[in-house]
Every structure is written in C-alpha cells, then in structure tokens.
Design a binder for this molecule. Structure first.
Ligand code: KG4
Ligand code: ZN
Length: 333
C-alpha cells in the first residue's frame, strides 16, 4: 500500500488569505479570510492587502490544520500560489510557504493561480473527462483554456482589456455599490428583467474578449438617464443589474460555445470568481442541455479564491515530482 500524501496549500494572490489541507486528493479543510478593508476604496488596495495577509496568514493556516486534524509534522509538502497576482500579496504566501517547507524539510510546490482555478473541477466527483474546456472568469482574468490528458493547458482565448469580473465590479461601482460589486449585481439581477435595457456587445474576432467598451457605454447610459431622472438608478436597480449581467454573460457564452464547437470538446466548465454568478451558471447548464455536452460548475466555495484548488493543483504536481527549490520568486504576471 502506498503511503498517503498530505499537502498544506496557501493562497494569497489578491485580497483573500486562504489555507487548505488535502490528503490523497481529498479536501480535509478549506479556510478563507476575506479582507473587508478594501470595501470602502472601491477596489483592492495592494499595500493594505499585503498587510492584511501578514496579519491573517498564521491564524488561517492554524485553523486549516486544526479543522483537518492534521499536525505540522504530518505534512508531506507545502504548496503556494506563485503567480499571477499582486506582488506584495504573493510575497507573503511565498515567504511563509518557503519557511515552513524548510523547517519541516518537505518539498515546496509552486502553483499558477489560473491553472488552479481549472483544477478546482477535480475536487468533486465525477470530475471532467479530457480534453476539458474551461472558461475561467475572475477579477483579473478571462480565459478559455483546454486541459489535455497529459496535463498540458492550451490557451484558446483571453480578454484584451478588462476581465469579466472587473466589468461586473466597475459597473457596480458606477451604480454606487461597494467592492466587490459582482455578487451584488447578481443579487439585484434576480428580480430584474434582463432585456429591460440593451448595451452594445464588443465584436472582437476569434475567441478573445473585450469588456472595456461596456463600462464606457454603461457610464454614458447612466448619465443620460440620470439627466432626466435623478432617481433612475434606485428606481430601476434590478432591471439595470439584470441587463448588464445578461450582456456580460452573453459575450462569454457566445465565444465559449463557438470555441467548444470548433475544437469538438464535449466536457466544459466554468471557474473563477464570476463562475459563482447565478446567471452564468444557468447559461452554462443550458448550453449543455442544448448540445448534449457535459457541463461542470464548481461548488461556490471553490469558485472564488481558495486554497483547496491550489492544493489540488499541487497534488497533481506532487505525483509528477514537480517541486520548486527555495530560490523561486513569485511573479505578478
Ligand atoms: O477568482 P476571484 O475570487 O479572484 C480573482 O482571482 O480575481 O474573482 C473575484 C471576482 C470579482 O470581480 C467579483 O466581483 C467576482 O469574481 N464575483 C462575481 C460573483 N461572485 C464573485 N461576479 C458576478 N457574480 C457573482 N456572483
Ligand atoms: Zn482567482
């Protein structure tokens, strides 16, 4: 019988401090500390994020070990998010993971945050079959990738400017909603009409995306409506949210559908913070029904940033002996 492998993973790429323990591919604990300090600034303040990671990292790791009922000496590897992200935030997790791996004399595993979002699909069963096409939509990225059976991740398309989550957050900010506004747009959209207002959809060729124009047209739309009625936003919040959400989802789904058709992929999923969006989750499920494709949507706790996905990506690397040495440095890109 092969010995079991227990991995502690740390995620600190943006504004969530997270730690998780995984044993032989099974999540034993998954702890996330959100940083509410950014709310009033309308976006993540990098310096405040690093400071909050420094404050949170020890208690978050302690809690992850406690919930998993795992002692430090039982760990076989320490994994961490190496890129992409805010450099100051990444440095906190990297430094902590290196020190811990060194003191325990166990391997260190560096994980790419975007690959880990895709790997979140392998936490629950049944997991997708290969080739698996994933639309990863977060606050910083919008990517269509194909994960092949040999572990190779092929990039098919990406955003040329703003990420989908950024589009949600920027539109929410224009509505006067606090950061991050994506979940609030989702909430208000539940009671609105998605066809109440029409916004232009970008026409980028291929499988790339563009969301920066939407923010500008949304701003102009609000300005002109507010000129006639200063209470326009509060009177129509649900319809505005439903319409803007519908526009963003349409852009994502059209390209995703075209890409899956072109590459003949029948196992598809969504990942990243925006995959928590109820409208996007429903749209992907409908896509599956329409084409007879297998669609996968992660549990909510594995959509937004978390360390369980870092641990799952690390578990695959562990089995391939893909370890890092202590000279490794994190990278923002
Ligand atoms: O993956 P994530 O937690 O962090 C990054 O790697 O960026 O994604 C955060 C993004 C934010 O833009 C947030 O507004 C968005 O995900 N988000 C949502 C929802 N939940 C989170 N956007 C729309 N609807 C949601 N329910
Ligand atoms: Zn993320």
């Amino acid at each position: 019988m092969t010995a079991s492998v227990t991995i502690l993973a740390i995620e600190s790429s943006c504004d969530d401090t997270a730690a998780a323990v995984l044993r032989d591919g099974v999540v034993l604990s998954n702890v996330v500390a959100n940083q509410l300090v950014h709310e009033k600034y309308g976006g993540v303040v990098p310096e405040l994020a690093s400071r909050a990671h420094q404050k949170n990292i020890v208690p978050v790791v302690d809690m992850a070990l406690k919930q998993a009922q795992v002692r430090l000496e039982e760990l076989n590897a320490v994994a961490f998010t190496c890129s992409p992200g805010l450099i100051g935030s990444l440095l906190v997790g990297t430094g902590f993971a290196k020190a811990l791996a060194l003191s325990l004399n166990v391997p260190l595993i560096a994980v790419n945050h975007m690959e880990a979002h895709v790997m979140a699909h392998f936490i629950a069963q049944p997991s997708p079959q290969f080739p698996f096409m994933c639309l990863t939509v977060s606050g910083g990225h919008t990517l269509i990738q194909i994960l092949h059976a040999d572990g190779h991740m092929e990039n098919i398309g990406q955003t040329l400017d703003d990420a989908a989550g950024e589009a949600f957050d920027k539109c929410a900010k224009l509505l006067g909603l606090p950061y991050p506004g994506g979940p609030l747009i989702d909430k208000y959209a539940q009671n609105g009409n998605p066809n109440a207002f029409a916004f232009p959809v970008s026409s980028v060729s291929g499988f790339d995306f563009s969301f920066s124009g939407l923010k500008t047209s949304f701003l102009n739309f609000l300005k002109s409506r507010m000129a006639d009625n200063s209470d326009f936003i509060s009177n129509h919040l649900a319809d505005i949210c439903a319409s803007i959400q519908h526009t963003i989802i349409q852009q994502l789904i059209i390209k995703f559908e075209q890409a899956a058709t072109k590459y003949g992929v029948t196992h598809l999923g969504i990942a990243g913070g925006v995959s928590a969006n109820s409208g996007l989750r429903a749209a992907v499920a409908q896509l599956g029904v329409r084409h007879g494709w297998n669609t996968y949507v992660p549990a909510f706790e594995y959509c937004t940033d978390n360390a369980a996905m870092i641990a799952m990506a690390a578990w695959h690397k562990y089995r391939k002996n893909e370890f890092s040495d202590l000279t490794i440095t994190p990278s923002a890109k």
